[in-house]
Design a binder for this molecule. Sequence first.
Ligand code: SF4
Length: 352
Amino acid sequence: MWSALADRALSGTPISRDDARAVLHAPADELLTLLDAAFRVRRHHWGRRVSLHVLENAKQGACPEDCGFCSQSSKYASPGGEAPMKTVDDLVAGARQAHAARAKRYCMVTATRGPSQRDLDTICEAAQRIKGEMDIELCASLGLLTEAKAQRLASSGVDRFNHNLETSERHYDKIVSTHSWQDRVSTIQLAKAAGMDTCCGGIVGLGESEDDLLDLAFALRDLDVDSVPVNFLDARPGTPLAGYPLVEPGYALRALCMFRFVHPRTDLRVAGGREITLRALQAMALYPANSIFTQGYLTTGGATVHDDHQMIKDAGFELELASGETVPADPESMAAIAPPVRRGPSLPVARS
Ligand code: SF4
């Protein structure tokens, strides 16, 4: 059945909701067969290439929004920490470090409802300098956009805009009350209309039903986004979702396969929560997914660049650079790159 599903995805036939649901229920004995089928689809469109993405928390904490999973919201007593907007020089230095780590993409993120004019000026100036200095793709994640702000970002060299739907429309108001799911859809549409690629995904483990997860996958297909980051909840202390359990690693892999079949050609990223959720199974996520974040996340640590180069090399994959070039992973050279300091609590990579 999984092989037939891969055939269908490769022939361009969109998979049905029933098929997507069946993937989430694949028996444990069939997990390797399922991963192999998802890999056939991934390999057809992405080969054995893996792209590394580096997140830059350009402005941390004190966000007026109330996303229930987020330690950067000012509404919760979560020890996420606060830091003002970084300078242009700091952002350019972060891009240099990402480039040295052989990252394909550098993503500047601010904890805000939407970018102020001053923050937008900083991001746009940084984007122009980075693009003038090095070959790296740029992403920005700055909250809700207006048409003018989207166009300004695009004309400054920002290639891609990230704004996740997070979950289904039905489940959204159980997680967030300060803006709507439709607001998020509108921002993605504005980013697309301005000519930027769109990165839009969600979080597995928010207490959503199976139908909510399927709704998310299919809503993203309807939006025709270019990149889908799939996060797994790493519940933050002090947030309303504190204490929510980690997703089972086998379910996380099934979810990634489901997203791959629904989005055969898309840049599919195994995103936040990878290390703590998948633990020893992390490399298996590379069979459905073709990209990862490295050097941790916005407020939590994660695998180092060295760890990730080693995993990619050991699993027989290779790195895709912004130039389009494919190069071997090089853990030996990456040992000298220090992980960035995260101000929030950093959970261990592997938790028993
Ligand atoms: S808008 Fe972003 S930074 Fe603000 S609370 Fe929501 S997820 Fe966190």
